[in-house]
Design a protein around this ligand. Structure first.
Ligand SMILES: Cc1ncc(COP(=O)(O)O)c(C=O)c1O
Length: 244
């Protein structure tokens, strides 16, 4: 779809492409220059798969500064984008038939990734007449003993909905009722929000992490391509650490 839109733009058609989403500004010069400097300094070989210690330290600093999270370095992972982080989490943890609760509308890849890993997506409708907001009672009704993950994505792709304080408190009250749950908090758009909401969201994310949430974000807001994904949460590589 994106290639088709680009081909139409090239011959002068006015097309609004809703395919691939990207900011409308270029990668900032300082990001390009830092990548250039690193390559010139010899950083052109395979790094550790989950990130070099220096990079993980920088990510830890960012999580502490922006999200008030203070986790050990071995809980911080790099990947080639948020998509890989989500996919890795599902592949590492889903057994056939295990359910993933996904508020809808949703970013299309969650369902495909869950199915690819053998899981079963269960959608929670966030109604248009409620501003597409996730209601705690609908979330609670979708969770079963077979649910392993609840995916939260605020602001939401594609509705851009974000929970208000009352919504967040209600959701934060529901989730601890299910100790077998893991929360995948996809914060990729955390910088595309207003200040009041940002404050609420950070506080709530911290509370949810007590459940074993996986926060994930990418260099989307700064458009720091090549894309990177950062995650902070339980170590999914060691499967023994997960509850049965
Ligand atoms: C909600 C959401 N999560 C994750 C991603 C994947 O981002 P990345 O390009 O970092 O893999 C996207 C991309 O559109 C997205 O909208």
């Amino acid at each position: 779809m994106t290639v088709r839109a680009q081909a139409l733009w090239a011959v002068g058609h006015r097309v609004v492409s809703l395919a691939m989403g990207e900011p409308d500004f270029a990668t900032p010069a300082h990001a390009i220059e830092a990548a250039h400097r690193a390559a010139r300094a010899g950083n052109t070989h395979y790094p550790p798969q989950d990130g070099t210690p220096a990079l993980k330290e920088a990510i830890r600093h960012q999580f502490a500064r922006d999200n008030r999270l203070d986790d050990a370095l071995d809980q911080i992972k790099m990947a080639n984008g948020g998509k890989q982080i989500n996919a890795n989490a599902f592949l590492a943890t889903l057994d056939p038939g295990v359910e993933v609760v996904i508020p809808a509308p949703y970013w299309t890849s969650y369902a495909g990734q869950a199915k690819f890993a053998g899981g079963v997506p269960r959608f929670v409708v966030c109604p248009q007449n409620k501003g597409f907001r996730l209601r705690a009672e609908d979330l609670a009704a979708a969770i079963t003993q077979r649910t392993k993950w609840v995916v939260l994505n605020c602001p939401n792709n594609s509705s851009s909905a974000a929970p208000g304080e009352a919504d967040l408190c209600a959701i934060a009250e529901v989730l601890p009722r299910y100790p077998h749950l893991r929360v995948l908090s996809d914060d990729i758009y955390e910088h595309l929000i207003y200040d009041v909401f940002r404050l609420l969201f950070r506080l709530d994310l911290k509370a949810m992490l007590a459940l074993g949430a996986l926060a994930d974000k990418a260099g989307r807001a700064q458009h720091a391509r090549p894309p990177i994904g950062l995650s902070d949460g339980p170590n999914f590589v060691s499967l023994e650490s997960l509850p049965a």
